[in-house]
Design a protein around this ligand. Sequence first.
Ligand SMILES: Nc1nc2c(c(=O)[nH]1)N[C@@H](CN(C=O)c1ccc(C(=O)N[C@@H](CCC(=O)O)C(=O)O)cc1)CN2
Length: 267
Amino acid sequence: MADLTLEVAQLKQQGVVPCLAVVIVGDDPASHVYLRSKQRRAKKLGIRVLVKALAETATEAAVLKVLAELNQDPKINAILVEMPLPKQINQQHILEAINPAKDVDGFHPINLGQLFAGTPRNIPNTPYGVMKLLAHYQIPLAGKNAVVIGRSVIVGRPMAALLMNQNATVTVAHSYTTNLSALTKQADVLVVAAGKANFIHGDAIKPGATVIDVGMNRTAAGKLVGDVSYQEASQVASAITPVPGGVGPMTITMLMYQIVKLTKGVA
Ligand SMILES: Nc1nc2c(c(=O)[nH]1)N[C@@H](CN(C=O)c1ccc(C(=O)N[C@@H](CCC(=O)O)C(=O)O)cc1)CN2
């Protein structure tokens, strides 16, 4: 991957400072933690971050107004809205209101459509980070069985498209899936984004599989754990991502990469 520090320095020599606008609505503690991580990483690279913080009670109209201003502002290269949003706000209305050319999360239907057409432009950062990890560790995908647990717009759906684009045979499992372990035991690559702590145990994993844990769950004791029982799974899998320190930091890396890409106007 390109050296982002160098690329940002080159842009600055041309008088351009990459700028990300983050819209955050409400007081979700995890969202504020993620925002601070993004700000820290951006600062290290020399990327500007403009934060538009709205109250937990903000209306959908108020968020749409902020987005309309950011869409018009030529100094803003990339926009994202922290998820989840408070209940009174329709997530889909918000995602559709972001200019697709500035949509650094890749959640706009046009960007998701490009991804599903096999011609990706802006790609959701978590699944993009997973693909970079798989490529880095030379995990074969073509002709392999990949099972994705979860069908969210943030992870599951784009993850399935990215794996399919690399010629994996993809199954998407979700809360209505019956006999889940029969599917997971067939998976050469298992991506778990179920949102439930210790949802997948060692006996549900094919020996030698690659296991990607996208889960991020806080225990009552305040410990961060994934969706996979790491101790058990690591006895069976040939490769596994930890939580913390696995997919999460890669999400931020891919975000920074795509901010620079949007600033350069490269597809
Ligand atoms: N607009 C978006 N909202 C959300 C996204 C997203 O991609 N776009 N994904 C998640 C939050 N997220 C990125 O935004 C994110 C989650 C986790 C991490 C991370 O580095 N996690 C650390 C642990 C941090 C902790 O202690 O809590 C790790 O896994 O090591 C970064 C980004 C939901 N919302």
